[in-house]
Design a protein around this ligand. Structure first.
Ligand SMILES: Cc1ncc(COP(=O)(O)O)c(C=O)c1O
Length: 410
């Protein structure tokens, strides 16, 4: 196989025109779009407009005149179309961690008498920490029960209030079967919460079809909303108005501008909003989401599977005998849009790769992690990234001292 074959694939890629809508630095391949998505070309102009016109000139009247107040729900309704949710089921607000706290608390209130939150021991740490913090706050024998992935079904029982999972494993890229696990949770009388941080914008999700109860996810990964972009939260319409999430912020009140002394929860998804939204950040996120809405989700998934498939095959062919072993499921149906390889010196190898313009990341203890955002990663990028990896390994370039120093963020 030669580079030209990959260039030919790019020429017939139906998503190729969307790549031009991103500002991609020359000589850099962003294989970390699963952590921080690339910058849409339209974002800077949009944010400048919001700053100069809406904020600078129209000042506080913009809450009405430019519908700032409606942005959390407007952008939420757009994200809903990417994750199989209906209008009015998703809102953009706060962060993924905070939103998880809200929906976890709701599920515990909806299942009084049940004291266990069940999760995968390999779940993303913030999810586990938020659950741990909530169980400690509540006391009364609430527990977080962590089990290996293959034991999840057996861990569900009469004491289980909620099954809390991240659909794509952040280390390995392994994909949970959302519909089957949600059904298992329901069969046990429990609810299901899904963290879609590594799913939304990369593959089709059908929250309503899977009968999921609640979901949350990040705006800065495949949604390309920018660093620290606000997060989204989904609550199935059938659960609206049942238990209120416990962070009683004024913008989740039924009538915030009554300024009443007591809290009265809004009836719809807006009850999940706590604070005044960050309008600049929401505007940036909306640009990223609007781009995704121009792509077909099944086309995104097909391209993502082709990219990860080609990457695995090329690494195994071109880097054979260089100390790499695949940590991601081989079956493309069982993985998200990332591929991880274990290597004894993965930290230094990744630093050397980044120095060559191939940006992936390192995940302790030994993983090289590569994300493939199908909106802007080309087939030829797969070829070039693997050639760079082969060079770093074959020449032992990673042994240079500057690649050994650990930075604060890995
Ligand atoms: C699965 C998952 N959940 C949550 C987060 C982060 O949450 P927050 O935006 O609150 O920092 C991440 C970040 O990488 C993640 O991968």
């Amino acid at each position: 196989v030669q580079r030209e074959a990959f260039e030919a694939l790019d020429r017939s890629d139906p998503l190729a025109p969307l790549r031009d809508k991103f500002l991609l630095p020359p000589g850099v391949i962003n294989l970390d779009g699963n952590s921080l998505g690339s910058l849409p070309r339209s974002t800077a102009a949009r944010v400048s407009r919001v700053i100069e016109k809406e904020w600078g000139e129209d000042l506080i009247t913009s809450w009405n005149r430019h519908d700032w107040i409606g942005m959390p729900q407007r952008v939420g309704d757009k994200i809903a179309r990417l994750i199989g949710a209906g209008a009015g089921e998703v809102v953009v607000t706060e962060s993924t961690s905070i939103n998880l706290f809200k929906v976890l608390a709701v599920t515990l209130k909806m299942r009084p008498g049940r004291r266990a939150i069940v999760s995968d021991a390999e779940n993303f740490p913030t999810d586990l920490y938020m659950a741990e913090g909530l169980t400690k706050l509540l006391g009364q024998d609430y527990i977080l029960r962590l089990v290996p992935t293959h034991d999840l079904r057996h861990a569900l029982g009469a004491d289980t209030a909620v099954l809390m999972l991240t659909q794509v494993n952040f280390r390995t890229g392994a994909l949970h079967d959302m519909a089957a696990l949600t059904a298992a949770a329901h069969a046990a009388g429990a609810l299901a919460i899904w963290d879609l941080s590594h799913t939304a914008g990369a593959l089709p999700v059908d929250l309503d079809g899977a009968q999921a109860d609640f979901a949350i996810g990040c705006g800065y990964k495949y949604l390309n909303g920018g660093p620290g972009a606000p997060a989204f939260v989904y609550a199935a319409a059938r659960h609206h108005g049942q238990a209120a999430q416990p962070l009683y912020g004024w913008l989740g009140h039924d009538a915030p501008f009554e300024f009443a002394t007591g809290y009265r929860p809004a009836t719809g998804i807006r009850q999940y909003v706590v604070s005044t939204p960050s309008i600049l950040a929401l505007a940036a996120l909306e640009e990223g989401v609007d781009l995704l809405l121009q792509a077909g989700l099944s086309e995104l998934r097909a391209k993502s599977q082709a990219l990860t498939e080609a990457f695995i095959a090329l690494v195994e062919a071109r880097c054979a005998g260089l100390g790499l072993s695949l940590a991601t499921p081989r079956d493309p149906a069982r993985r998200g849009s990332q591929v991880s390889f274990a290597h004894e010196h993965s930290y230094a190898v990744m630093q050397a790769l980044i120095a060559r313009g191939v940006i992936g990341d390192f995940r302790a203890p030994d993983l090289l992690r590569f994300g493939f955002s199908p909106l802007y990663i080309r087939n030829v990028d797969v070829w070039d990234a693997v050639e760079a990896l082969r060079d770093v390994l074959a020449t032992s370039a990673w042994q240079r001292p500057e690649f050994q120093m650990r930075a604060a963020v890995t």
